[in-house]
Design a protein around this ligand. Structure first.
Ligand code: MF3
Ligand code: CO
Length: 292
């Protein structure tokens, strides 16, 4: 909002070195008008500065390198523990830290979620990928205190066409959400095509677990739903960064968490679930994909 404490000729709060009136003043006033109309608006700390964006992009190089290395190496007969090893090797060799490791007690460096596992699957030497499996590899990285987070699906051997379709449609959902992400629109504008496309194909979208702001922390505000509608939810402002990562279930949206470890999430009906995740920056002109 228009900050009384900053004079128009003072340096902008964002650290650009420019005068406030030549930098964020107009944006701040615009945000304030949306707030007056009753919209949820981002707090200033959710708007990344150019310096922060540059650091987050460095982190994302490692994140993408991990997923590229996994895409090269993944094969039938491989254990998901080997995927964890790849994430460690690539991340540490590039000077980063795997963000999941010890995050709220998470015991591994990456999440590997197979078939009816919705998310937060534990890599294990006992989980051997077999023909017909689908797997989400969710990779998140810290470099110099800045965070990147993205995930991809991989299909192993001969996958049932109906399951392949779930994987493909889920990716389309993310692409449609990205296309609908625009400065001065709302998170609901992004979410509506995501859930519509999933539902038109007979699938359901997980309600309880969503996306998040990302960059300066692993999980920042806003919490991101893929079930809201156009015009709803938080205003999108240039400099905001968040994930588009819907979990799409072939059957019902009901899920449960393994009570043994309080992490691994499964579909209640045992049918497969798919997820793709990208990290997007809202810019003045549109969007920039930071990692995928
Ligand atoms: N990468 C996941 C996400 O997309 C985070 C999982 S939390 C973890 O938000 F501890 F399991 F890594
Ligand atoms: Co995420």
């Amino acid at each position: 909002m228009a900050d009384k404490k900053i004079g128009r000729n003072d340096p902008c709060w964002c650290g650009s070195g420019k005068k406030y009136k030549q930098c964020h003043e107009i944006t701040d006033k615009k945000i304030f008008r949306y707030a007056l109309e009753g919209h949820t608006v981002p707090s200033r700390n959710l708007i990344k500065t150019p310096e922060q964006i540059a650091k987050i992009k460095e982190s994302a190089k490692i994140n993408v390198a991990c997923l590229d290395a996994i895409a090269e190496a993944i094969h039938e007969g491989m254990s998901t523990a080997e995927i964890n090893d790849i994430v460690n090797d690539v991340t540490y060799s590039m000077g980063g830290i795997p963000a999941p490791l010890n995050y709220e007690g998470f015991p591994y460096s990456v999440c590997t979620s197979v078939n009816d596992q919705v998310c937060h699957g534990f890599p294990s030497k006992d989980v051997i990928l077999k023909s017909g499996d689908i797997i989400n590899v969710d990779c998140s990285t810290i470099l110099d205190g800045y965070f990147s987070d993205s995930s991809r699906m991989f299909c192993i051997g001969d996958v049932d066409p109906a399951v392949q379709k779930l994987v493909d449609v889920t990716k389309e959902c993310v692409e449609l959400g990205l296309k609908a992400t625009k400065p001065w629109s709302f998170l609901g504008d992004m979410a509506e095509p995501v859930h519509k496309h999933a539902e038109e194909n007979g699938y359901s979208v997980v309600r309880e677990i969503g996306g998040h702001g990302v960059g300066c922390e692993f999980h920042e505000e806003p919490w991101v739903s893929y079930l809201t509608n156009a015009g709803e939810d938080m205003l999108l402002v240039p400099g905001m960064m968040f994930t588009i990562e819907p979990m799409v279930n072939m059957g019902s949206n009901a899920i449960y968490t393994d009570p043994e470890n309080d992490w691994e999430v499964y579909t209640a009906d045992g049918l497969p679930s798919a997820q793709w995740e990208l990290q997007v920056l809202v810019t003045e002109e549109g969007t920039e994909v930071i990692s995928w």
